[in-house]
Write a protein that binds this ligand. Structure first.
Ligand code: SF4
Ligand code: SF4
Length: 148
């Protein structure tokens, strides 16, 4: 059988990050502040954060959230800090939203190498010094992000 340069269908489907991506969170806290942004909340996260704070769901929604384009997001403090950012730390860390848990393995950043590389300017954990995260873990995190 002659070898050709043509890619097989399976090879064409391989994502650009097939060999994994280098990432290790340094805990700098920059992804919880910086430019204005939204931290979207799923219903089960509203329940779990309310329970963690030992307040009612209604109280949580009133004190810590806002509606953007019909969706529920956490509010921001001055300088666009997330409402739950205290110093460099998340005050609801054990129950932080999946959006926070799965960063930087978001579909939007995994869409292209250009998007991934652009995220380096706001996250020092995406670095050549960091260990390689396997594609299986990356895909699992991406799927968690996409869960309703
Ligand atoms: S910006 Fe990156 S390195 Fe810093 S806390 Fe966020 S994920 Fe970790
Ligand atoms: S909920 Fe916690 S981890 Fe998520 S943006 Fe706010 S402070 Fe950061």
């Amino acid at each position: 059988m002659k070898k050709t340069n043509k890619l097989t269908i399976a090879e064409k489907k391989k994502p650009w990050y097939q060999e994994g991506l280098q990432f290790k969170c340094t805990g700098c806290g920059k992804c919880c502040t910086g430019a204005p942004g939204a931290v979207w909340l799923k219903n089960k996260e509203i329940d779990s954060i309310s329970a963690y704070l030992k307040i009612s769901k209604e109280d949580f929604l009133r004190r810590y959230t806002r509606i953007i384009d019909g969706r529920i997001s956490l509010i921001e403090k001055e300088r666009f800090d997330c409402i739950f950012l205290e110093g460099k730390f998340c005050s609801v860390y054990p129950v932080r939203p999946v959006q926070c848990q799965t960063f930087p393995f978001w579909p939007s950043l995994l869409e292209s190498k250009e998007n991934w590389d652009a995220a380096k300017s706001s996250c020092e954990g995406i670095s050549h010094e960091a260990p390689v995260i396997d594609i299986e873990i990356i895909e699992k995190e991406k799927a968690r992000y996409l869960e309703p």
